[in-house]
Design a protein around this ligand. Structure first.
Ligand code: FNR
Length: 381
């Protein structure tokens, strides 16, 4: 029975070759930061308010002039095509059917125009990595033309985190098939048939980031996450010149960086440690959130991701001041379990859990959730 996101995780583990499952699960170094995300969310206490009319519970939020049915979206994750062919199209479909936004990674296996065309009416945001300014500029222009509504610049990857599981599995870029990988693929025939119709494994194509990166050189740089490390606060003016819509920074943890972001005209922040995949010493996203929210003082919306596994976790993020949350791995578990339907089922589970939490807390709207936060009962705030 698939009752929660952990059950979907188990199904994903069964369905996917090990190198793909480990890539999704991947955390930096010893996984301390990944575990901290989960542990600190579990530690947040919300105190119910009682005798309030909870006949109707409104989970919607308004973000940059668009209404989201639920206060969470799908975080950008690269190489979703390894989980299912056209994985980003399937996730965007699931998100749109559920009335929530979908963020497309620069490292998608699909062209950004094709993902947009699959769901023209959905709320779609584009995530940007800057490996090379010219290439980044082209992606931004294409995203604007394809009517992506917001641009997320991810700022916590000056260099890729150390993911030892990928190294052990021989999953590295450029992709070189090894006996171990071949065995992994052969022992997952359903995944292989779907991925490699025709039978012959075409590993090079599996990791191709079809068209977003442009030249083969850029693709290699993207996949190796060879970033432009000369990016600084002043560089944001260059992006601002190219992108007229809302601009968000993802990967903010320090309150001083949050203030700098506002000073540099950023429209929103995503408090995130990249799901524990970058700096293993980073604080959990949920513990960094209240400090960032305090520094921002309501000037721009603050979002958070990292460790959301239950609808109740979303309630916690909102209680601590987030406008909405994002989920990374759980959406991929759903995708691995059953394509778009699986991802939609995961979103539905999180939604049902959130409504139950809000009802139990006596919060009939997202904005009422901070009421449930007694400062004495929250060790993190
Ligand atoms: C990511 N993440 C990520 N972030 C980003 O800005 N660009 C990217 O290409 C990727 N790629 C990526 C791949 C995979 C497999 C994972 C799991 C994550 C980070 C992602 O957006 C988000 O910050 C975390 O996934 C949130 O943590 P949870 O929800 O997975 O715990």
């Amino acid at each position: 029975m698939l009752l929660n996101t952990e059950d979907f995780r188990g199904r994903a583990r069964k369905n996917l070759p090990r190198f793909v499952f480990d890539y999704i699960e991947g955390a930096a170094d010893d996984g301390h930061c990944l575990r901290r995300n989960l542990r600190d969310l579990a530690a947040v206490e919300l105190t119910p308010r009682v005798l309030r009319d909870t006949t109707t519970v409104d989970t919607s939020v308004e973000v940059f002039g668009r209404k989201w049915a639920l206060p969470f979206g799908i975080a950008p994750t690269g190489l979703n095509g390894l989980v299912r062919p056209r994985g980003d199209g399937l996730l965007a479909t699931a998100a749109s059917r559920s009335g929530i936004p979908f963020a497309l990674s620069t490292a998608s296996n699909m062209r950004l125009e094709d993902v947009r065309a699959a769901v023209p009416e959905g709320v779609q945001w584009m995530q940007l990595y800057v490996m090379h300014r010219e290439m980044a500029g082209q992606i931004v222009e294409r995203a604007a033309r394809a009517k992506y509504e917001a641009l997320i610049l991810t700022v916590d990857v000056p260099v890729s985190g150390n993911r030892e599981a990928d190294l052990r599995n021989g999953f590295r870029i450029p992709f070189k098939p090894t006996a171990r990988l071949a065995w992994d693929v052969i022992t997952h025939p359903r995944w292989s048939m779907r991925m490699l119709p025709g039978g012959a494994p075409d590993f090079a194509n599996l990791t191709a980031t079809d068209g977003n990166a442009g030249s083969a050189n850029m693709q290699a740089a993207l996949l190796a996450r060879a970033m432009d490390r000369s990016l600084v606060w002043e560089t944001l003016a260059w992006l601002r010149g190219l992108w007229k819509g809302p601009l968000l920074l993802k990967g903010i943890l320090h309150p001083d960086d949050a203030r700098l972001a506002v000073d540099h005209g950023v429209d929103g922040l995503i408090v995130s440690n990249h799901g524990g995949r970058q700096n293993d010493a980073s604080p959990s996203a949920i513990s960094a959130l209240p400090r960032v929210v305090a520094a921002i003082g309501g000037r721009i919306p603050v979002f958070m991701d990292g460790g959301i596994r239950r609808g109740g976790d979303i309630a916690k993020a909102l209680a601590l001041g987030a406008t909405a949350a994002f989920v990374g791995r759980p959406a991929l578990y759903g995708l691995a379990a059953d394509g778009a339907e699986g991802a939609e089922a995961v979103i539905g589970l999180l939604a049902a859990e959130l409504v139950r939490s809000m009802t139990l807390l006596g919060a009939t709207s997202a904005s009422a959730l901070p009421d449930a936060l007694e400062s004495a009962s929250c060790s993190l705030a």
